[in-house]
Design a protein around this ligand. Structure first.
Ligand code: UD1
Ligand code: CA
Length: 476
């Protein structure tokens, strides 16, 4: 039987108190629905439907993937009504897996097990044992332990409320049967909603076997209704990511203080200090050390490189044996070759630093191509922007740029050239020579330090906006 997946995501999420639709709230930097869609994708279904409603176009626009079939549920009349919107499009002999857009940490392995328990004459649902089941639908079993019904919290008797096995909402059944069952359910309950859960009792009456698979972990079936639950799931996610990295051999100084918001691949003996945030696609080579408070987004770091604390790297490629930071910023388009050093308060954007080159202190390098073994002195700035255009800078191999140099682009500093400290360089410089651009140094022997001005002189000077020339006796 081929598989169709229906993700219910039309709910409003009032308790979020947010202008952002619930399924777009971010978990680990990605919308809740994105996590569910990724999981669905891993099951390789023949089609995936998303039932949407609240936040309509905004939700659709967030997922431009053409393979998603969007189904509008204009009015939210309950989970049964939501599934009813999608079901007519699904062939009768498909198995339908129902997922929730606000249950983001569900595992594809668990779902594979669940799908295996459903068939032409059986319905499979995922349950969970909760110590505090309040708010959930309860899975009711008879003396032979067979599931015969789900009862919602609001409809449950006191005795039924004592049941701890809860419905997660995730279920699998054949499309043909679902069509039959759904057309029969009513909304004569306290919430005047069409409950999807009502189909369980109908299935039993129809002679179907109902299997309830108890979810292996609680976190994977928890739903998000408010910001507190969102934070709790973020923490569960953080924990699982840290555990996975440690299993791969990473030393994590404190697993409660690391955030992985993407896909990380690691070499051997990587060390991550506290408060490191890894986002997007991050590749760390062997023996990489990431210092406290570093933020890495879409970066590749070569073997034996050290990122010192509080460095921020985005869309950068760093070679092997490099040293970056503390407090360095590598912006998109930065490439550091092996053995490059980038020190504190250095910002690099859209530039390449050749092997062994160094920019150790307080510099801005933008739109530059820097060769090998170049030394960029403290306070050097590539003046790449003239207010309207960005211009490139080229610094050839072995050049030495003195401290406090302004390189006004477009410009090329020749191979092995030396630029004297404090120069403002506006023309390309020849190789091997010293280029100096400075006004001549003077010392004034008759200069005197200012003395404390009288109130009268002060007032006159402020009014005039310059030094008050003393009246010569002849002017009197
Ligand atoms: C539902 C289940 C309950 C289960 C719980 C698990 C029903 C009737 N109850 O309750 O047994 O224990 O989930 O979290 O199914 N949605 C729509 N359209 C609607 C209503 C809901 O798309 O008209 C979507 C929501 O966006 C959400 C999901 O369905 O993703 C669940 O809806 P929600 O209102 O949260 O159901 P619960 O009352 O929590
Ligand atoms: Ca819910």
């Amino acid at each position: 039987m081929s598989l169709s997946i229906v993700i219910l995501a039309a709910g409003q999420g009032k308790r979020m108190n947010s202008d952002l639709p619930k399924v777009l709230q971010p978990l680990a930097g990605r919308p809740l629905l994105g996590h569910v869609l990724d999981c669905a994708h891993r099951l390789a279904p023949s089609s995936t439907y998303v039932v949407y409603g609240h936040g309509g176009e905004q939700v659709r626009a967030a997922f431009p993937d053409a393979s998603i079939q969007w189904v509008l549920q204009a009015e939210q009349k309950g989970t049964g009504h939501a599934l009813l919107q999608a079901i007519p499009a699904i062939p009768d002999d498909d198995l339908v897996l129902v997922l929730y857009g606000d249950v983001p940490l569900i595992h594809s392995d668990t779902l594979t097990q669940l799908i295996a328990q459903a068939g032409t004459r059986s319905l499979a649902l995922l349950s969970v044992i909760l110590s505090n089941p309040v708010g959930y639908g309860r899975v009711l079993r008879d003396n032979a332990h067979h599931v015969y019904r789900i009862v919602e919290q609001k409809e449950a008797t006191r005795k039924e409320q004592g049941v701890q096995e809860c419905n997660t909402g995730v279920m699998v059944a054949p499309a043909g049967a679902l069509k039959r069952w759904l057309s029969g359910i009513k909304n004569n309950n306290t919430q005047e909603e069409y409950y999807l859960t009502d189909i369980v009792a109908v299935a039993v009456r129809d002679g179907f076997t109902v299997h309830a698979l108890v979810a292996p972990t609680e976190a994977e079936v928890l739903g998000v209704n408010d910001k507190r639950q969102l934070a709790a799931l973020e923490s569960a996610y953080r924990q699982s990511q840290a555990t996975a990295l440690m299993s791969a051999g990473v030393t994590i100084i404190d697993p409660t203080r690391i955030d992985v918001r993407g896909e990380v691949s690691v070499g051997r003996d990587v060390t991550l200090d506290v408060n490191v945030v890894l986002e997007g696609q991050v590749q760390l080579g062997h023996r990489v050390i990431v210092g406290a408070g570093c933020l890495l987004k879409n970066v590749t770091i070569g073997d034996d490189t050290v990122l010192r604390p509080y460095s921020v790297l985005e869309q950068a490629t760093v070679g092997a044996h490099c040293v970056v930071g503390p407090y360095a910023r590598l912006r998109p388009g930065t490439t550091l070759a092996d053995h490059a050093h980038v020190g504190n308060f250095v910002e690099i954007k859209n530039s390449t630093l050749g092997a062994g080159s160094k920019a150790n202190h307080l510099s801005y390098v933008g739109d530059a191509t820097v060769g090998q073994d170049v030394n960029i002195g403290a306070g050097t700035i590539t003046c790449n922007y003239d207010g309207a255009n960005k211009w490139p800078t080229t610094i050839e191999d072995g050049a030495f740029i003195g401290s406090g140099t302004m390189l006004v682009a477009p410009i090329t500093v020749g191979k092995n050239a030396t630029i004297a400290a404090g120069s403002t360089i506006t023309q390309s410089t020849p190789p091997d020579q010293l280029t100096v651009e400075r006004s001549e140094q003077k010392s004034l022997s008759h200069w005197r330090r200012p003395t404390k001005a009288t109130e009268e002189v002060r007032a006159a000077r402020i009014a005039k906006g310059g030094p008050v020339t003393k009246k010569k006796p002849s002017d009197a």
